[in-house]
Design a binder for this molecule. Structure first.
Ligand code: 3H9
Length: 689
């Protein structure tokens, strides 16, 4: 009846199959024939039950996100679900893969849900800055109870079939040939005879939780929202399910959805959803990838250990190489300890821990890397050291092995040139802790072969990283833009701002922490070493480092961390140091407002981003956004620096950059030609769409 929706019969059971690759999103071209099919099956006397199933790799993964922001074409999802609920014969959703968002909401419109044992189910709308707008916040609590619904909807994290069965979300779990099982299940239900109660009428679990307990749980979750409207709206909407009649709660949900979908935060989060997927695409779809089975990691320190864990977590065998037995044992013990912590937190089973540890092999001999398909170096950040390591790798690595450097600043072309096989060399810039942080900057050097690049991009997703391909320049995308921000943060201190004040402006903006807290956490010595290598200085940070104050790890930096505390306390010595240094330079402190802090720290980042685009270091503005959101904590609700620039207004940004350039003479304020050009042509619209 349509390319996207077909109906087959198995006895009295009609099977409606949706086939809208890749993820069976509920686009208009699905909704229209789906509605028609359901209406006609409802009225057909020969049909005793209806199964809704999907072709391909998954059940419906949600509404079609590309349709948001455009006029809604009828029938919308709500109308289809409302119609489903008028059907008296049993309706069964047969779920395999992922039933997400609108997909799960459609399933909630059925009398029954059965699932494949590997299926996952969830309402992830919050991650797009939305709430489930197809009745999910009103129906889910009726099945699983308000507290479980609250946690699923506010976190957006899907649950597995077994948990869904235990929670009451689904009615049965099967292995293999799901549609056949669904037909049997449906016909059995039809045999029992009705009436079948739609989810909307199952109120039994709603008053099992008292409102005070619910509000307490919601308040806890709201604390983590950090300025995002969607989690708060999600909680409000689940609460409405408890306090309002069904229809009124649905209307309230619809109103909240309409507000969120039209807002900047959701636009930003939808932008990031597609940006992340776009960044993972490299030219040459048909390029044959190299086979990667065993990975070598050189260095078992914090970075090397984290990288090794990331690969083991992805199921790869890992050879960890250290210079001495002692360093190796220390590194392996740390890996063991990190996995033990995951076990104690319940995020890893003992069995999985054993399995993962079984993937590691330790060594102090380069020859042991000869069977590795990929070798990642995570040694000291110094060109001479890196070159020595690559020279040795060149001698032992098998032909075709990919040689990667985890450098965060250094010239990958120069490193590649120190081998006889520059085509096999690539940068893999992980972020610390490497087993946790999602971002992977993949540095394409001049001679990196296309199949090496394609292999690493694909591999990144297998180890649950978000890849962004970048070109060679000092600091690549992330650290180069960070440098622009860092310089000005120090200048603001000398002119009268305090670290607390600047950090506060950042957290109010939505960052998890400000630049000084972040410096203390990462270790001030890293930036210091980098500055020294480039002949640069930072008055305050350099003085702290010379005094041996590197931040959290030494108990003091811009803040104090007493008795091993991780909570930053103001450091009066730093305040005195700032006053002294300002006096030395003849700067009279003045009151500095939040706007100035934003303009002088974030606008130069955008300017640097524009230069990065001009130079072709990043292929797309949205790649820069992914780097900043996934690697540096740029608030998701603002979509990354380049998207946010569109919200803020390019003309305004250029005007203020001009102002600060005139006032300070600093080069990084001088607007990049691309920025001006984009402001004039309106081309930024494309970036911030
Ligand atoms: C919603 O449902 C609102 C309702 O409550 C209310 C309505 C009134 N739409 O991720 P992948 C594309 S909000 C359009 O690489 P995987 C994606 O862009 C929605 N396109 O695959 C990519 O395209 P391309 C709630 C979508 O196997 C391709 O599919 N649902 C959608 O790694 C493959 O995607 C969600 O938020 C979509 N909904 O992961 C679920 N989903 O190839 C969002 C995907 O051109 N989706 N695409 O780059 C996901 O989480 C993952 O895609 C999924 C598969 C887990 C399903």
């Amino acid at each position: 009846m349509s390319n996207f929706v077909s109906v087959t019969r198995d006895g009295g059971v009609a099977v409606v199959t949706i086939d809208n690759p890749p993820v069976n999103a509920l686009s208009f071209h699905v909704r229209e024939p789906l509605m028609q099919a359901l209406v006609s099956l409802r009225d057909e006397p020969d049909v005793s039950a209806i199964v809704i199933a999907c072709a391909g790799r998954t059940f419906i993964a949600g509404a079609d996100i590309t349709e948001f922001g455009k006029p809604v074409q009828q029938p919308d999802l709500r109308a289809i679900i409302a119609m489903l609920e008028t059907i008296a014969k049993p309706t069964v959703a047969a779920i395999h893969g992922t039933a997400l968002g609108g997909g799960l909401e459609l399933a909630l419109g059925c009398h029954f849900r059965i699932a494949d044992s590997q299926a996952t189910l969830g309402l992830p709308e919050v991650k797009l800055g939305l709430l489930p707008g197809g009745g999910g916040t009103v129906r889910l609590p009726r099945l699983v109870g308000p507290l479980k619904a609250l946690s699923m909807i506010v976190s957006g994290t899907p649950i597995g079939a077994a948990e869904a069965l235990a929670a009451g979300l689904i009615d049965a779990v099967f292995d293999g040939a799901l549609t056949g099982q669904a037909v049997r299940f449906a016909s059995e239900m039809a045999g029992k005879g009705g009436p079948f109660t739609p989810v909307r009428d199952r109120d039994g679990r709603l008053d099992k939780v008292d409102l005070a307990a619910f509000d307490k749980a919601a308040a806890e979750l709201a604390k983590k929202a950090r300025g995002l409207a969607a989690p708060i709206a999600c909680a409000q909407s689940v609460r409405n399910a408890m306090t309002l009649p069904f229809e009124e709660a649905l209307v309230a949900e619809r109103e909240l959805f309409a507000k969120l979908v039209a807002g900047d935060q959701s636009r930003a989060q939808r932008h990031l959803f597609f940006a992340e997927r776009e960044a993972a695409k490299v030219a040459g779809k048909d390029i044959v990838r190299r086979k990667i089975a065993r990975v070598g990691v050189i260095g078992a320190g914090t970075m090397g250990g984290g990288i090794a864990m990331a690969f083991a977590n992805g199921g790869f065998s890992v050879t960890v190489l250290e210079a001495t037995q002692e360093a190796l044992q220390r590194g392996l013990a740390m890996i063991d300890k990190n996995y033990a912590v995951s076990v104690s937190r319940g995020s890893l089973s003992e069995d999985n821990k054993r399995q993962r540890l079984g993937l590691f092999k330790g060594s102090t001999a380069y020859d042991d890397l000869a069977d590795c398909d990929l070798i990642v170096e995570a040694v000291f950040e110094e060109m001479a050291v890196k070159k020595e390591v690559f020279g040795r790798l060149d001698a032992v690595a098998k032909p075709g092995a990919i040689l990667a450097t985890n450098t965060s600043y250094l010239d990958v072309n120069e490193i590649a040139a120190s081998t006889s096989r520059p085509q096999d060399v690539v940068g893999m810039h992980f972020f610390s802790p490497a087993n946790v942080m999602k971002l992977l900057e993949i540095v394409r050097a001049e001679k990196t072969a296309p199949d090496v690049l394609a292999t690493i991009v694909e591999l990144a997703r297998r180890i649950a990283k978000v890849p962004v391909v970048v070109g060679v320049c000092h600091g690549f995308v992330g650290n180069r833009m960070l440098a622009a921000r860092g310089t000005e943060s120090e200048a603001l201190l000398l002119e009268g701002a305090t670290p607390q004040q600047i950090d506060r402006v950042f957290t109010d903006f939505g960052w998890p922490m400000g630049p000084f807290q972040m410096g203390d956490l990462a270790g001030l010595d890293t930036g210091w070493r980098n500055r020294k290598a480039r002949g640069q200085t930072a008055m305050i940070a350099d003085t702290l480092c010379k005094q041996g104050h590197f931040g959290q790890k030494t108990g003091r930096g811009f803040y104090l961390y007493e008795n091993g505390s991780r909570t930053p306390a103001p450091n009066p010595e730093v305040e005195a140091l700032i006053r002294d240094k300002a006096a030395e330079k003849g700067i009279a402190p003045r009151a500095i407002g939040a706007d100035e802090i934003i303009e002088r720290t974030l606008y130069p980042m955008i300017n640097e981003g524009a230069k990065i685009l001009e130079e072709g270091i990043a292929a797309r503005a949205s790649d820069i956004d992914v780097v900043w959101v996934k690697g540096y904590g740029f608030p998701v609700g603002k979509g990354g620096p380049m998207f946010w620039a569109g919200l803020e207004g390019l003309d305004k940004i250029i005007g203020r950059l001009d102002h600060w350039h005139e006032r300070t003479g600093k080069d990084f304020f001088k607007p990049a030609p691309l920025l001006r050009q984009m402001a004039e042509t309106g081309a930024w619209e494309g970036v911030a769409s």
